[in-house]
Design a protein around this ligand. Structure first.
Ligand SMILES: [Zn+2]
Length: 413
């Protein structure tokens, strides 16, 4: 048995607590151990406590001296579009010049340009680029991500993306939770109804049969999929045993939160335009909101979702990067923490809970990751600072010192 003892963390931020997602004032409770230590055996956490106590149990263990640095659970990023080909630099520049999303799309940019590049890429090319993205997440202290398909929009290309997601989990240290987002956009070669038939009758059965996805997602938005179409995709996926997530109320308040509540999706994501009624609906159905401030920032908008109202309503809030080539090209959870605090008025502690333990529960993995507690996988990050608030405070600075997944070092600054 291989043992590792982490000693002398200025703060060991354990997030130990109830075995469920945290709500209300619980979001502020990080269960910090000062001068903390952690004993790891065979990739799993055996004990956490004061360094002096852990040292006594550490006979024969390899010692990892955190030397007064901050130690946190690996971040869990519950909303990413990690697998795609190419970049959208022209879109970025056009947006800087003040062009709108519609203008950019009609000039050949937008989701469609990424679909074309992703379709043209071989599975190996796509894997190579995605592996680079995976390395960026690890570098920022993220050890688990949710990863969506949705830039293929044909049966073969959606399968290709989902197989790349599976390979990332098998061949890199980043754990990827796969989500099928065939209903991301209507491809140019189809009208919406016939494309939906393809999603429901051909893609879903094949993906479920090959066990390529745990969740199904839909982009419910004007110009993408309407209420009936979104309900149809999610119902079909639910009947086939997939859990559900949904992109809702991003650009318009179209009752997306209510749809998520009606279908009891695990999460409702974006919610920039969700109102008080929508918040109440999410609460009554136990749906977890996933807020994506990086995409609001990168689009140059100021319409951030109402995080405070959601926390006060008792929702088990999650924050994530929405990593994608168009509206949120950042893998950095530190950046998201900063935006959560400065733009959504969350406290640094709330932001950390929302990006670790609550995110883990939203991915059905709350019993394995998201906190530093005995029995959990030893996924953790060591940062070159002393206080957890520094992660959100020094924005734009990488403070990662080292990252461990399953007790193994996967990144060292
Ligand atoms: Zn998204």
């Amino acid at each position: 048995m291989k043992s590792l003892a982490v000693l002398h963390a200025s703060q060991l931020v354990t997030l130990a607590g109830p075995k469920r997602a945290r709500v209300g004032s619980e979001l502020s409770e990080l269960a910090i151990i000062h001068d903390g230590g952690m004993l790891i055996r065979d990739g799993a956490i055996v004990a956490t406590g004061a360094s002096a106590e852990i040292e006594k149990q550490a006979r024969g263990a390899e010692i990892l001296d955190a030397a007064g640095r901050l130690v946190l659970p690996g971040f869990v990023d519950a909303h990413t579009h990690l697998v795609f080909a190419g970049k959208r630099l022209d879109d970025f520049e056009r947006r800087a010049r003040g062009e709108t999303y519609e203008q950019i799309a009609s000039a050949g940019g937008g989701i469609w340009s990424t679909v074309e590049k992703t379709r043209a890429a071989t599975e190996d090319d796509l894997f190579a680029q995605s592996k680079t993205h995976a390395g960026w997440f690890l570098q920022g202290g993220t050890t688990t991500v949710e990863a969506k398909s949705g830039y293929g929009l044909t049966l073969e290309d959606e399968l290709k993306i989902l197989r790349v997601i599976r390979r990332l989990t098998l061949e890199t240290p980043l754990e990827c939770v796969p989500t099928f987002l065939g209903a991301h956009a209507v491809p140019r070669e189809h009208k919406a109804p016939e494309y939906l038939d393809l999603v429901v009758n051909e893609m879903l059965p094949r993906i479920v049969a090959e066990k390529l996805a745990e969740f199904c997602d839909v982009f419910y938005e004007r110009g993408y999929f309407d209420l009936e179409q979104s309900r149809k995709v999610l119902n079909a996926a639910g009947q086939r045993g997939l859990k559900l997530r949904a992109h809702v109320d991003q650009l318009t308040n179209s009752g997306g939160a209510k749809l998520a509540a009606e279908l009891r999706t695990t999460t409702a994501d974006h919610l920039e335009k969700t109102d008080t009624e929508g918040v109440k609906a999410l609460k009554s159905a136990g749906v977890q909101p996933v807020l994506l401030p990086g995409s609001v920032y990168a689009l140059g908008s100021t319409a951030y979702p109402r995080a405070r109202e959601m926390i006060e309503a008792g929702l088990a809030l999650v924050i994530a990067t929405d990593f994608n080539p168009g509206s949120s090209p950042t893998p950095s959870m530190s950046m998201v923490l900063s935006l959560a605090c400065t733009q959504m008025k969350m406290s640094p502690a709330e932001a950390i809970t929302a990006s670790t333990i609550n995110a883990a529960y939203s991915l059905n993995r709350g019993d394995k990751i998201g906190s530093l507690e005995a029995g959990k996988t030893a996924n953790f990050a060591i940062f070159d600072c002393e206080d957890y608030r520094e992660l959100a405070y020094w924005f734009g600075l990488s403070q990662t010192h080292a990252v461990y997944a399953g007790g193994q070092c996967v990144f060292q600054a």
